[in-house]
Design a protein around this ligand. Sequence first.
Ligand SMILES: [Zn+2]
Length: 68
Amino acid sequence: MNLDRFSQGLPDPAEAEVIAHCAACGGEIYAGEMVYKVDGEIVCDNWECVIGIVDPEFVPAEEAVMPA
Ligand SMILES: [Zn+2]
């Protein structure tokens, strides 16, 4: 069980109802939890999951500012 800094104020996972699963990691998402919605997908509050779903390009700044 991962008791990180976000766990405070969230429902007790042992009692909270699982209402969804993260589209990226498959982790359980509980009622009362904050999640990201990306193209209708529900993603847990984990930047690695969000980045994985959004799948942005990770490029040098010089390349990013160049017109397509
Ligand atoms: Zn996730």
